[in-house]
Design a binder for this molecule. Structure first.
Ligand SMILES: [Zn+2]
Ligand SMILES: [Zn+2]
Ligand SMILES: [Zn+2]
Length: 764
């Protein structure tokens, strides 16, 4: 007895070999019909014996292609038409596609095997890929996802490739970026504008360059990397000088897991994540005895490692390298370079050689970064391998929305239905180049997803470039408080319903009272929030300047603690009398000294007080050094219980630091105690708030939660007090996750009719 089904499948089902997979399944089950990419995902009609049809349906979910992500499968019974054979129909252009594009994925083991087999026609070919691997997001220019709308459109397939492309039983059936040495892109090496070598020779010369202590710029999947020998102190120093990156740590690409063991302590979580086909950089505890250059990650207890992910990376590592520094090809803080022309212009002064190729990168995308923790991986930077995969909301947004995110570690987001598409990491929005990248990636995401947003959302900060941009657009706008967005991001990520307590601890965010927030205990949901407790504010002498001068923050805390005597009471800084007097007057008069409750700044102050960093070259550097100093030492915190909420007294913490310092206690112990005391301060605030709100769920959001020692101690305290805890798993706790929270807040306000005409954001 035959039947016929119409099946509709939604999710990441384009460009991942879904149609050929369905075709093969139909052959195996002996059913007839067709498959195509339609408006609402993959459409299938199949006809055959009922049992075969049901098995066919079940196998779709069970055996789906590696890169596919199925969100829904719906089927209905329709009349039989006595069809025969099974056809793959062409994509229907012009229809509004709701299907999703896959992120870029690392080369698969089958393709690697092809590349390493001297008999294979793709032996050592750097652009080998198939439907299970290779570039997607970075080469797609428009929809539908077909070769002509990718940067592979310019390469005419050779007869052999075309045969594979058209054979439903081949692994490369409809693999849009299919290529081989005869018809596809190739590599070459340029030194000072001269083409030095092509193909194999280019690779050999490039490796030689690195071995001789030079810097190589190589064009990868989402942009350029700068590659350097990690054991060569001079080469690393040169890279820092040229890149204007004085102290920020560099990541390493390592040959394999075995090579990684020499540099870091690998646990099971980290291994899984390193080998994942998304291939993020994983930050892991560094081994002290490794022979890596000192300049690689000064003052860091962790090291960022990743495995090779493109065929070109494998070919380069095969030239005899166990590890290579692989850092984004850019000047500090600029977006990563992607085109050959850009490399010749912008990277010529940074690199001694350019390893180029002619498969263009349409959309640049940096490496993703995760921190390995005992609770599992914590996202730090979400980009390659993850974008444009959506994050699902529990309720759909009422209108298509666009959220601008923040200013630092920027990422924006588009939302439609119950899906939020977070952009790749864009960098710090402080330069015009980054703002251009912001607009470029917005346009690309809108085009490939076909979403036309109707409302813009931005941070309420008066000076963020992204907020200024939003205010210049002739569109309805909602402005969201920074830490409310942090809370909402966590709430949305976990698809929670009820209000939660949320510790939003970070560097800075603009508060509705015009002070700078960053150490708050909020209670709320995406619709509204209350600020129940916060670190008692201190001035930030010099405003943003104070971020780069932790010693100034130390002065601010001392002054607040000791009163007028602070100038003579404690000696900790190389600043002279006059400089200190000036700071004192600034704070006294409030001149360029906004008040802040920032928890990040408190870490800075303690680092300065124990002589770690008077000034830093990137935000958070002092706090990272403070954590590194205490690594492996987990003390019990001591913080006096306090009555009532509101401004929290940090004073006992600073007093303890000063006392220990005066008694000659080691910096390591002072740091470890401070971490523990601070954890207890926040835990005791949570306990107080629980009595008031009856809420037992605590979220942890904000950049401070990148500090794994502090997170661990706080979570331990909270668990001992029977709290239910939420932390970020899908988006970063830093401002990289802000746009998701902004979407959640706006969606909630709109759904509840709180913003009839949207330029003023209601403050709870
Ligand atoms: Zn493959
Ligand atoms: Zn070919
Ligand atoms: Zn923040």
């Amino acid at each position: 007895m035959n039947a016929r089904y119409h099946i509709n499948i939604n999710g990441i089902v384009q460009g991942v070999g879904f149609r050929p997979f369905v075709y093969r399944l139909a052959q195996e089950e002996g059913v007839s019909g067709w498959v195509n990419n339609g408006a609402q995902g993959v459409q299938i009609e199949v006809e055959g014996p009922q049992t075969n049809l049901n098995r066919f349906l079940a196998r779709i979910a069970q055996e789906k292609p590696t890169l596919a992500q199925i969100d829904t499968v719906q089927h209905e019974v329709i009349p039989c038409v006595d069809s025969s054979g099974f056809r793959i129909q062409a994509s229907s252009a012009g229809e509004k596609a709701q299907t999703l594009i896959s992120p870029d994925m690392a080369v698969c083991t089958d393709c690697l095997k092809d590349m390493r087999d001297p008999q294979n026609r793709r032996f050592q070919y750097p652009f080998t890929n198939c439907t299970n691997c290779g570039p997607r997001f970075t080469i797609i220019q428009g929809l539908p996802y077909d070769r002509p709308s990718t940067t592979m459109g310019q390469f005419e397939m050779c007869a052999a490739c075309r045969r594979e492309y058209e054979d439903p039983n081949d692994r490369r059936f409809h693999a849009q970026p299919i290529a081989c040495p005869a018809c596809g892109p190739h590599i070459w090496l340029e030194i000072k504008g001269q083409r030095i070598g092509e193909r194999q020779a280019a690779l050999f010369e490039a490796a030689q360059l690195i071995r001789n202590g030079n810097i190589l710029a190589l064009r990868g999947l989402g942009g350029f990397h700068l590659a350097v020998d990690p054991f060569n102190e001079k080469a690393i120093a040169c890279l820092r000088r040229r890149k204007h990156r004085l102290e920020k740590p560099f990541a390493l690409m390592i040959k394999d897991l075995q090579a990684a063991e020499a540099f870091v302590d690998l646990d099971a979580h980290s291994k899984t994540l390193l080998c994942d086909s998304r291939r993020p950089i994983v930050l892991m505890p560094r081994r002290a005895e490794s022979k890596l250059a000192q300049g690689l990650a000064p003052g860091q207890s962790r090291l960022g490692l990743m495995l090779p992910y493109t065929p070109l990376h494998y070919l380069l590592m095969d030239q005899g390298f166990d590890a290579l520094v692989m850092t984004s090809g850019n000047l500090s803080d600029e977006p990563i370079a992607a085109s050959n022309e850009e490399a010749r212009e912008r990277l010529a002064a940074l690199a001694d050689g350019l390893l180029l190729h002619n498969r263009d990168i349409h959309m640049r995308c940096d490496d993703s970064v995760f921190l390995s923790t005992e609770r599992g991986p914590l996202p730090i930077r979400r980009a390659r391998g993850y974008v444009p995969q959506p994050i699902c909301l529990s309720e759909p947004v009422p209108l298509p929305l666009f959220a601008c995110g923040g200013q630092y570690k920027a990422a924006h987001a588009l939302a439609r239905g119950n899906q939020v598409f977070l952009s790749q990491h864009l960098g710090d929005l402080e330069h015009l180049e980054t703002l251009d990248f912001f607009q470029e990636s917005k346009k690309h995401l809108q085009q490939t997803l076909e979403i036309e947003p109707e409302v813009l959302i931005c941070d309420m900060h008066p000076d963020y470039l992204s907020s200024k941009w939003a205010r210049s657009q002739p569109m309805p706008r909602i402005e969201v408080q920074h830490h409310h967005a942090h809370l909402a991001a966590l709430h949305a990520e976990h698809q929670l319903k009820d209000p939660i307590l949320c510790l939003t601890l970070d560097g800075s965010g603009y508060g509705p009272d015009r002070t700078i927030w960053g150490g708050e205990l909020l209670y709320g949901n995406p619709l509204e929030y209350k600020r129940l407790a916060w670190l008692e504010p201190v001035p930030m002498p010099g405003a943003a300047q104070a971020i780069y001068h932790p010693a100034r923050m130390a002065c601010a805390y001392l002054r607040a603690l000791l009163g007028p005597d602070w100038l003579t009471a404690v000696r900790f800084t190389s600043m002279n009398e006059m400089q200190l007097q000036t700071l004192d007057q600034m704070m006294q008069s409030g001149l360029n000294s906004p008040l802040t409750s920032s928890c990040g700044r408190l870490f800075d102050a303690v680092a300065a007080l124990i002589g770690l960093h008077e000034s830093v070259t990137f935000e958070g550097q002092a706090a990272m050094a403070l954590e590194a100093l205490a690594s492996g030492m987990e003390n019990q915190g001591r913080y006096p219980e306090q009555e009532g909420l509101g401004p929290l007294r940090w004073h006992p913490l600073i007093e303890a630091v000063l006392e220990k310092r005066a008694n000659g206690v080691s910096g390591r112990k002072i740091s470890a105690d401070f971490h523990a005391d601070l954890a207890q301060l926040w835990c005791s605030a949570c306990i107080q708030v629980r009595q008031q709100t009856q809420c037992n769920q605590v979220g942890l959001s904000g950049g401070v939660f990148q500090n794994s020692l502090f997170s661990r101690l706080l979570i331990r305290e909270l668990l001992q007090n029977h709290f239910e805890i939420y932390w970020h798993q899908k988006v970063p706790p830093n401002d990289g996750g802000l746009a998701l929270g902004q979407i959640a807040v706006a969606s909630s306000l709109l759904r509840n009719g709180r913003v009839p005409c949207v330029s003023q954001y209601p403050v709870a």
